[in-house]
Design a protein. Structure first.
Length: 609
């Protein structure tokens, strides 16, 4: 293997805090490596050190000579006056590069290449920074949370882009689907040490559990032997011979192993003291649109005559591309943004807990424990059980030492985690979480998933994290843009699998009408006309009477099949269809596709005569 990066005996501390000590690893040409660690343990710091942005205390970092390295920071900074295009190429806008830039930026939903960077949101700037890294074509790419601020469409595009590339990659991401599909090696930074797993995320989970089980067994054996050796040490306090000295040295090593602790939560956090009535909320034909600033452009429709009656104990996911109105819908529900038409009726017992993208502004000089205690001293779990502020923080992996640290010492991910704890401490019965997975480590995400699975109230989650959505929600609203919202009874993976069974829409043939209000059918379009107005086929003969009748019948059949398809889609997404009916309808959809393809192909053959 051609080694691109070799790290030996690397150590880094901030004052009394040691992030990692004496760690070693190497990355070979073409390897795609994911780095996993808890918030605050030094993931971003390690990437910055490798990229030459930050120093280290001891050790060595050796890249292969003349290797070109690209680095995507978690929070990139730009000159606010430079254009998007200049930010991508450092003012080297050659014609070929500009064309490539347009293609990549379009995939990342950045369309105005002349717009000043200062006018872009933080998320848009992160996408420009990602485009910059990809376009400069480095040999070795280092990415810190590349999927943050990307919608599902962009994430899947980036997944394919990196998966097909032969470039070497090291990245930090909380997106477990992304890790599974892109990375072939996992590095875990745990307990100030790096562990290497030569497989994808699923392989890592399996082998990590084996490592923990083995360590737990080792500690148990050490504890059993320690009791015996401790008794020997107490019986022989005087000067010892050579053999006794050897045994004494072995005792201290045994003591070190025996006193190790594997940090783990003993129980899932389950609250039973949450009451919510049968009336939750009802959207009564609400509409919302925004007019672009400056005027002259068409209004952006978020919702149009949207009706929905939210059920008790429902756990709903909201997905869709950026800019389709997901966060706006939530803010309308919470009363932060007014509706244009219709109304939203909220049940009397509903008590919202809102986790927003913007987050909570903390007093930097306040201690972590005091931030939570200012809200409440404890959470009533029901049945006489109470959870103190400190216990809640501990459940979300804040150690006792961290709880008494000041807020300004927290990493970005730890601040998001603290914000989450302040939301839960208020004991809501309806959790509304807007992008809760951004900047949270994978272990915290697993804890949050368990909490939401057991939560006895209602939940709405807006997220681009497919793995998280599959674990938590049982129902989706899919925002498709311009007021189109699809209601799907299932999780994200089930939705994508169902989408794959749908026939691709066929082009509209001018002048054809179906039986519903004069709408055009989706029969395939005729081939383009030549300049002389002739058909694109080579044959000059006309259709026979029989062929004309066949073509007319095909148009009717295609319209009927499409009407059946639409009816099945509505039934599948209506939320009232039984499991047996869903199964039967799902089997019918592929058959419909085959029939449509067959009839459409015959229609095309006839149209070319």
């Amino acid at each position: 293997m051609n080694v691109y990066l070799d790290v030996q005996h690397l150590s880094k501390s901030f004052g009394a805090l040691t992030l990692f000590s004496d760690i070693s690893f190497s990355i070979g040409e073409g390897q795609k490596v994911g780095l996993i660690a808890r918030n605050g343990t030094g993931k971003s710091t390690l990437l910055s050190i490798l990229a030459g942005k930050e120093g280290y205390d001891a050790g060595s970092i050796v890249f292969r000579r003349d290797l070109k390295v690209g680095f995507l920071e978690q929070s990139p900074r730009f000159d606010p006056d430079e254009s998007v295009l200049d930010a991508c190429f450092n003012h080297e806008g050659e014609e070929e590069k500009v064309l490539k830039a347009k293609q990549v930026l379009t995939q990342l939903k950045i369309r105005d290449l002349n717009q000043p960077m200062g006018q872009l949101s933080g998320g848009q700037q992160k996408r420009v920074a990602l485009a910059n890294v990809l376009l400069t074509e480095p040999d070795f790419i280092i990415l810190d949370e590349p999927t943050n601020h990307l919608d599902l469409e962009m994430i899947e595009w980036l997944e394919g882009y990196l998966g097909r590339s032969n470039r070497t990659l090291l990245m930090v991401t909380h997106d477990r689907f992304f890790l599974d599909r892109v990375c072939s090696v996992i590095l875990e930074l745990d307990d100030r040490t790096v562990y290497t797993y030569r497989g994808n995320y699923a392989y890592y989970l399996e082998k990590r559990q084996e490592r923990i089980d083995n360590r737990r067994a080792e500690i148990a054996r050490a504890n059993n032997l320690y009791r015996t050796e401790l008794e020997w040490m107490r019986r022989m306090p005087q000067a010892r011979g050579h053999k006794a000295k050897y045994r004494e040295d072995a005792f201290y090593e045994l003591e070190r192993v025996a006193k190790q602790r594997i940090e783990e939560r003993q129980i899932r956090l389950k609250a039973s003291n949450v009451y919510i009535g049968s009336k939750i909320f009802e959207c009564q034909y609400i509409s919302k649109a925004f007019s672009p600033s400056g005027g002259g452009e068409e209004a952006i429709t978020i919702l149009k005559d949207f009706y929905y009656n939210f059920s008790r104990f429902e756990k709903m996911g909201i997905v869709g591309n950026n800019g389709t109105g997901k966060s706006t819908f939530i803010k309308m529900l919470l009363g932060q943004v007014p509706v244009d038409e219709g109304r939203i009726i909220i049940g009397d017992t509903v008590r919202f807990g809102y986790f927003s993208q913007e987050g909570l502004q903390f007093d930097e000089q306040q201690k972590v424990i005091d931030v939570v205690r200012d809200i409440a001293e404890y959470v009533d779990l029901g049945g006489g059980r109470k959870l103190s502020a400190s216990q809640l923080l501990q459940h979300f992996l804040f150690t006792n030492e961290q709880q008494y640290n000041y807020v300004y010492k927290l990493s970005g991910g730890e601040r998001r985690k603290l914000y989450l704890c302040t939301v839960l401490m208020r004991q809501p019965n309806f959790l509304v979480l807007d992008e809760p997975t951004n900047d949270l480590d994978i272990v915290t995400l697993q804890i949050l998933e368990e909490y939401l699975q057991d939560f006895p109230g209602c939940v709405i989650v807006v997220s681009h994290d497919r793995y998280f959505m599959d674990k938590v929600v049982d129902h989706l609203l899919v925002f498709k843009g311009q007021g189109v919202v699809q209601d799907f009874p299932g999780n994200y993976t089930q939705y994508r699998e169902w989408e794959k069974t749908l026939p691709r829409p066929l082009p509209v043939r001018e002048g054809s009408n179906n039986s519903k209000g004069g709408k055009k059918t989706a029969a395939p379009s005729a081939p383009p006309k030549t300049k002389e107005g002739q058909g694109g086929g080579s044959s000059s003969r006309k259709l026979t009477y029989k062929e004309k009748r066949e073509m007319e019948q095909l148009e009717k059949d295609i319209a009927a099949l499409e009407a059946e398809q639409k009816k099945i889609e509505e039934a599948l997404c209506g939320g009232t269809t039984s499991v047996d009916e869903i199964t039967a309808l799902s089997k019918r959809l592929p058959q419909l596709k085959d029939e449509l393809d067959e009839k459409s192909m015959r229609w095309l053959e006839l149209s070319e005569i």
